[in-house]
Design a protein around this ligand. Structure first.
Ligand code: PLP
Length: 240
């Protein structure tokens, strides 16, 4: 199947899941994850209606960006090393993977140099898997409150990567907990624009939408299976 057919199938499933949850499917943003996907195929996705791409490596994002239309939204979804921050400032719509104070400070510093404000999501390691990046749930509130004091960086919500399981129903509790946490944070920190909850990938996006995701990051369901070159395709650390 081609990108266009896959995409319409994904959109159909999102619509169904949103409806089931009593939500408007227009409230769910689809980020097409294009790691290891060629620029030609990405152009097909644009022609089919995609307007946001997610990359997990800075180098790949920066290499592809000049080859595609300027009105495309770029989302950095993978772990961001502090020394790579300078390459993405001003180039990405949203960084989904803020996971340390050091990274927050560097984003703030580089954004200020450029006179910009960078929008970020805080990555939460809700399932407690040792191999995943992200803050433990118990640290998220104080972390966000502290980052709010930095200039040039604005926290817009939360992101998580659920464990890869054979049956997506198994991760429903993870998504539910994330939604509850996001709602609680909005109450706790009402002055902050914590609007976004990025969760759900090819394997589990319908469940994520049912549980309140408003950004989903879908790769292989649109572009077909990737050659599994590196374990960090799913944002995992190599070797823990
Ligand atoms: C690769 C990746 C995705 C998309 O994965 P698929 O299973 O191909 O949909 C989503 N989020 C992150 C952080 C990723 O690295």
């Amino acid at each position: 199947m081609g990108v266009r057919e896959n995409l319409s199938h994904v959109i159909e499933q999102v619509t169904k899941a949103a409806k089931k949850a009593g939500r408007d499917s227009g409230s769910v943003k689809l980020v097409a994850v294009t790691k290891n996907v060629s620029v030609d195929i990405m152009r097909e996705a644009l022609a089919a209606g995609i307007n946001a791409f997610g990359e997990n490596r800075v180098q790949e994002l920066v290499a592809k960006q000049p080859q595609l239309p300027v009105d495309v939204e770029w989302h950095l979804i993978g772990h961001l090393q502090t020394n790579k921050v300078k390459y993405v400032i001003g180039k990405v719509h949203l960084i989904h993977s803020l996971d340390s104070w050091r990274l927050a400070r560097e984003i703030s510093r580089r954004a200020q140099e450029r006179g910009l404000t960078v929008e970020v999501l805080v990555q939460v390691n809700i399932s407690g898997e040792e191999t995943k990046y992200g803050l433990p749930p118990g640290e998220v509130r104080s972390f966000i409150a502290e980052v709010a004091g930095l200039p040039g960086i604005r926290v817009r919500g939360l992101m998580t990567i659920a464990p890869l399981v054979p049956d997506p129903e198994q991760v429903r509790p993870v998504f539910r907990e994330m939604y509850q946490m996001a709602s609680w944070l909005k109450q706790e920190l009402p002055e902050l624009p914590l609007d976004f909850l990025s969760m759900g990938m090819s394997n589990d996006f319908t469940v994520a939408v049912e549980e309140g995701a408003n950004i989903i990051r879908v790769g292989s369901a649109i572009f077909g299976p990737r050659p599994n070159l590196r374990r960090d395709n799913h944002g995992e650390k190599i070797g823990g």
